[in-house]
Design a protein around this ligand. Sequence first.
Ligand code: DQA
Length: 144
Amino acid sequence: MKILVINGPNLNMLGIREPGIYGTQTFADLLVLLKDWSEAYGVELEQYQSNHEGDLVDKIQSAYGIFDGIIINPAAYTHTSIAILDALKAVGIPAVEVHISDVDAREAFRKISYAGLACEKTIKGQGLDGYRQALLYLMEKYSK
Ligand code: DQA
């Protein structure tokens, strides 16, 4: 099983950006966790991060016919990007949306998720473990 993890803008600043909201674990820590989980669960996993909307769209399109599942944290583009929503719909790959923070407990504009409309599940407010939970969800679906 091949999983693509996509992280949007400013997630490369984890550990530095607003630690009261996103925690003190760094983006490098997240990459280590993703590698550990993929090895422990026997899943092939690729990670991609970009601060640019079009690059995220290109990466989603390139997953077509290659990946069995997508885990995506579109970060701020969650709340603005119809292009990312359309790309997820275009490839039709089972996708799970992850947010490190509890977006529903924050500003009103964070309650809107365009990308989430193309995702089977949303995991929010679980910190970095949300990515592991998303992986487990996609593995279970794939095994059926
Ligand atoms: C985020 C929540 C978004 O509202 C925010 O713009 C982010 C990160 C999260 O993981 O909690 O950059 O997606």
